[in-house]
Design a protein around this ligand. Sequence first.
Ligand SMILES: O=c1ccn([C@@H]2O[C@H](COP(=O)(O)O)[C@@H](O)[C@H]2O)c(=O)[nH]1
Length: 280
Amino acid sequence: MSLEPFGARLRRAMEDRGPLCVGIDPHASLLTQWGLSDDVAGLERFSMTVIEALADRVAVLKPQSAFFERFGSRGIAVLEKSVGVARAAGALVVMDAKRGDIGSTMAAYAETFLHKDAPLFSDALTVSPYLGYGSLKPAVELARESGAGLFVLALTSNPEGGEVQHAVRADGRNVGATMLGHLAAENAGETPLGSFGAVVGATLGDLSSYDLDINGPLLAPGIGAQGAAASDLAGVFGAAVRNVVPNVSRGVLRHGPGMIALRESADRFAEEIRAALASA
Ligand SMILES: O=c1ccn([C@@H]2O[C@H](COP(=O)(O)O)[C@@H](O)[C@H]2O)c(=O)[nH]1
């Protein structure tokens, strides 16, 4: 049996817990800072600590796959355990793996993360559309079938993203806007929220020249370590701010390894976000 669509599950979680997404990004420097070894044991302790501290209070946890893949198959085993434990504890899990390839290979990535029986099944997956949006079709189809979601890189938080995403097409629209248009079409008619989201950086300043009304979630990394703040959200996203899922990774994780300090940090960001949305 497939799950209720991701968009509906996410909207409920946002209403119940607030929209904050905390990243599980076990940087080597953070492992050291937490007094952990830079090995699989340290990785597992780090990830389980974050999950135990936060999975029952934030809407979304976002493991960054790269930091687990770094340790090979045993790192992937920790990732698999993390996804299962976090989901069982009540958080939605967005797998940040940014997959993208030709359609036939994309189908295998989709099986890996979006098939309901897959060991790494996640509530949603980040994907790259830069082999053409159409190459993501197998992931879109399997996500629909499983009740999962996607977050498509549209306007990323890093300064280098513009050279691709701001490139102007023959029809006058830029590439980022084109991705937003595809997502709006995917989500048309869905209530209370579509399952096909965009990644749009909180670092990007005024985005009023973009139509962010895609009837889907906007995953917004960049708060904390990359310099954006919760108070920037209304200015960046305008009316679309109610669909924003702000991500903070290092900004929270740097307060570990104590669980109370992790919780207090996440609660502070959640409160700042709540205040920013209330005044928007
Ligand atoms: O445009 C993007 C897309 C993804 N990310 C990811 O989000 C987190 C941000 O971590 P911070 O420590 O809060 O900077 C990280 O996993 C990135 O890979 C992004 O930053 N920007």
